[in-house]
Design a protein around this ligand. Structure first.
Ligand SMILES: [Zn+2]
Ligand SMILES: [Zn+2]
Ligand SMILES: [Zn+2]
Length: 144
């Protein structure tokens, strides 16, 4: 299946209309091996849409379980495509994220799951973040 077709199906499945900006954002996110930062998206999408439209696209995708947001060490939002287990208001991206100190990229370490744990009575977890920092594979190969 072609990518555009796949994205169109994804939008339809989630009750979202096919629009240029939505397809464009999915295209950008799926082409990268790391999460994509909001400033980068603003820069690329800025030629097509204004900031408010981009913000709405991201928010809708997040609510539908299509993408998840990761804050990096500087508090900048990064976005990555979700795994198949995510649905509207139910994210299951319980994997570790990795923020490279050198290239600043944020990676989803899909194979590294956050271990299950319990919290004290009276507390309920809505979101869980585990960010590892260090040097990513690409950067460490460059220096060697
Ligand atoms: Zn998710
Ligand atoms: Zn790096
Ligand atoms: Zn992730």
């Amino acid at each position: 299946m072609k990518n555009t077709e796949r994205f169109e199906n994804l939008l339809i499945k989630n009750g979202l209309k096919r629009t240029g900006p939505r397809l464009q954002v999915l295209d950008i996110l799926s082409k990268r091996d790391s999460a994509v930062s909001q400033p980068y998206l603003e820069q690329v999408m800025g030629k097509i849409v204004d900031r408010v439209t981009l913000y709405r696209v991201l928010k809708a995708f997040e609510e539908k379980g299509i993408i998840h947001k990761v804050l990096d060490n500087h508090g900048t939002a990064n976005y990555a495509i979700c795994s198949d287990g995510c649905s509207a208001h139910q994210h299951h991206d319980e994997h570790v994220h990795f923020n490279c100190n050198n290239c600043q990229k944020v990676y989803c370490l899909d194979s590294v799951k956050i271990p299950a744990f319990s919290v004290p009575k009276g507390f309920s977890v809505a979101q869980l973040n585990l960010i590892a920092t260090g040097i990513c594979k690409v950067c460490s190969e460059k220096t060697n």
